[in-house]
Write a new protein. Structure first.
Length: 311
């Protein structure tokens, strides 16, 4: 199993955590263990909790970190991190890292059904459990499919694509990635088909997000991460598309907001204090060298905040 790749914004993400040798940390999206390995390399008596919902990832990091006394590994969604960290006795933690979205391993493993580049069963389940993308495209109504593709794929042709999916499944079930990709391609206007990139990209993104409940889990995971931090601890999040980044940006902005009294009030009466401070004002993006080496990094952004002491 090849679950090895260098994560996007790797050095920047690790440095943003300001890792202490005796600190406690959570890697909420362990994947192949690249970030976890870098954190473990900096620990002496500290602890790292590595979490992933993908059983393939858990198998990989379990083997990779076998015998490392600083390593704790649990299979779960990162939204459950506070409960797990409490069970493992490592709360509060000094840093949390989240690398959001689908991994390169998941995209490049055809049988996982995430990519329109390979012919494979239409799956997209990160945890390998629950309803799959095949279930959604074969059972949801036109309105439900259109809403998913519009909301999570931000595709202006969502209604046309949804109608095309429902019409196609009336002839035969939609069971493979290339079958769905071709249906989407045939459903969009000719002008869209002539544009660079595959017209099914946004539909596949939308279905993946819906299948895995990604945006709901992200909201929950951010709150769990922040609640798990000790004052002075840092939360670092890497996102890969605007929907994710918008959620992270707005949540961190809320934590960083202080007084909300009207500007004409002579003194503060709300008493609200900032709960966090941004480390990077606008977030970090990959440099030109990384963009050349890894085209998938083009939409990535790293945001980081420090939890403040409440008085």
């Amino acid at each position: 199993m090849n679950y090895q790749h260098r994560p996007v914004l790797f050095e920047e993400a690790i440095e943003s955590l300001q890792i202490r040798p005796d600190g406690h940390y959570i890697d909420g999206t362990a994947g192949g263990g690249g970030h976890s390995q870098a954190i473990l390399d900096r620990l002496t008596s500290g602890k790292l909790l590595s979490i992933d919902q993908d059983p393939d990832a858990i198998a990989t990091v379990t083997k990779r970190f076998s015998g490392n006394p600083c390593s704790i590994i649990r299979q779960a969604n990162f939204s459950q991190m506070q409960q797990i960290a409490d069970e493992e006795g490592i709360l509060p933690v000094d840093g949390v890292l989240l690398d959001i979205g689908v991994s390169s391993y998941q995209l490049d493993t055809p049988e996982r059904g995430f990519s329109y580049h390979y012919d494979a069963p239409l799956d997209m389940r990160m945890s390998k459990s629950g309803p799959s993308a095949k279930d959604l495209v074969n059972t949801l109504s036109v309105a439900e499919l259109a809403k998913i593709i519009s909301q999570y794929g931000e595709d202006r042709n969502s209604a046309r694509i949804a109608r095309g999916i429902v019409a196609a499944r009336e002839k035969m079930p939609i069971e493979t990635t290339l079958q769905l990709a071709e249906i989407v391609k045939e459903s969009v206007p000719a002008a869209v088909r002539r544009q660079p990139g595959h017209p099914a990209r946004q539909t596949f993104q939308a279905l993946r997000i819906a299948v895995n409940g990604e945006l709901d889990r992200l909201h929950e995971g951010l709150n769990a991460a922040f609640a798990s931090l000790t004052p002075g601890g840092r939360l670092s999040v890497i996102t890969f598309h605007s929907l994710e980044d918008r959620i992270v940006k707005h949540q961190m902005a809320q934590w960083c907001q202080g007084c909300t009294c009207p500007p004409d009030f002579p003194i503060c009466v709300c008493g609200k204090k900032p709960r966090a401070e941004l480390v990077f004002k606008k977030g970090l993006v990959p440099n030109e060298k990384e963009l050349e080496e890894n085209p998938r990094s083009r939409s990535a952004r790293l945001r980081c905040c420090t939890k403040l002491e409440q008085r």
